[in-house]
Ligand binder design. Sequence first.
Ligand code: FES
Length: 107
Amino acid sequence: MPKIEFKGHSFEVSKGRNLRKALKAAGLSPHNGAAQQINCKGLGTCGTCAVEVLSGEVSPLNKRERWRLNFPPHQITEGLRLACQIEVQGDLSLRKHSGFWGEKKGD
Ligand code: FES
């Protein structure tokens, strides 16, 4: 089973599991602050579940994720991924950046 490292926690999930659902099931969240309540609940439209995949294997960008990461505050060139659109394919190390959308990679 793939192992996920996020915010100082480490836990295992089934391969193919949706990353946002896996994080929430582990009592964690890919959202910052108010975005924990104000988000699209995994539809791939709000962009607030963006995370950086530091290492590991995830499903490729799908059409909806590519669409959402192509408008502000995100830029697809930043390399962030939407947790709600990712299927876990292997061990992962993740980072959540600051900002409502987790878009502030420089912080
Ligand atoms: S929860 Fe809204 S894009 Fe992922």
